[in-house]
Ligand binder design. Sequence first.
Ligand SMILES: NC(=O)c1ccc[n+]([C@@H]2O[C@H](COP(=O)([O-])OP(=O)(O)OC[C@H]3O[C@@H](n4cnc5c(N)ncnc54)[C@H](OP(=O)(O)O)[C@@H]3O)[C@@H](O)[C@H]2O)c1
Length: 335
Amino acid sequence: MTATPRCAMRSTPSVAFVRDSRAPTQTPSLQSTPLDWVDEASDESFPASDAPAWPASASLRTDPALELLMERSRAPAYPLSPFLTVLYGGEFGLPPRSLVANFVASVDGVVALGPEYPESGSAISGRNPGDRFVMGLLRAGADAVLIGAGTLRATPGHTWTAEAIYPAAAAEFRDLRRRLGRTDQPRLVVVTARGDIDVDHHGLRDGALILTTDSGAERLRGRVGPHVVLRSLGGDAQIRMQAVVDAVHSEGHEVVLTEGGPTLIGQLLAADLLDELFLTVSPTVFGRSPAAPREGLVEGVAFGPSKEVRLDLRSVRRQDAYLFLRYACTSRSLP
Ligand SMILES: NC(=O)c1ccc[n+]([C@@H]2O[C@H](COP(=O)([O-])OP(=O)(O)OC[C@H]3O[C@@H](n4cnc5c(N)ncnc54)[C@H](OP(=O)(O)O)[C@@H]3O)[C@@H](O)[C@H]2O)c1
């Protein structure tokens, strides 16, 4: 466990769980449920596994659970352990072949404080345990984690695994991946045009896929470790996002999580490639000024009036003053 300040669980949240009628499974009501009540998993969506019984979790009574306020998810439910189900405040799953994003933003939409504060994600989230848990859960459910080189450069000590961000559920995350038939860890995929990345970055140590241009590949060739696959998608400048996503799928990765940053997500939205957005709204306001320009959720591309990106609210959860929003992305071109 890191020294993350954690909120003590004072009482079990009262959860009214409304599920989309098209979804295949029944969801247990968690209303007025004691925290240690759930003793069996509800799972009809995935084949029975020979995995052992759910791992015991010592943290069950100390971790804060998310309070479910609204749910209209259409994704299949993953076979979560009781611990994960309680922490998340209900069922969770991702669409079978999908690209989903996870970000934390302040109330005024700031996701990065600028180059002088590279690891500003922690400052924006306040290292909120609920945000770290959702990051872990999303990583646990993904085949691959896609990031831009800017995010890699900004977070030198980071690894994009579920247990690294939320160690208290490490055993449950591992178990979930086993039940889903996933590899031990999601594969890190880094996009870079210039090939300007630290080849000794901690996050690359256990293997990664680097998608780059011919010139980027030239710069990195012979320098990356044996577990890192270097793949050029041609050219010298920007790679088309469709080519990036096709390359990730062609490696056998179906469920792809992107953790940014704002340049990458802007292009994914512009190309209509993002299926869902998980957005943590942190109860902070950072503002902007010419001296402190700050980055928003999307950088480098602007939408409207000819193209609209619209978000359909799928679920709302809460922990203290933090909101956990899940959106489906839709967009349309206007005449
Ligand atoms: N709050 C949050 O949830 C959150 C999440 C993620 C990141 N962040 C923050 O966001 C900041 C980084 O922002 P960013 O916009 O620079 O990050 P980014 O989108 O991760 O990285 C941008 C870089 O990715 C590469 N890239 C992007 N599109 C490309 C394309 N089409 N073809 C080839 N390469 C492409 C380029 O790398 P090269 O320059 O190497 O060519 C580009 O400079 C950091 O401070 C990070 O902490 C915050």
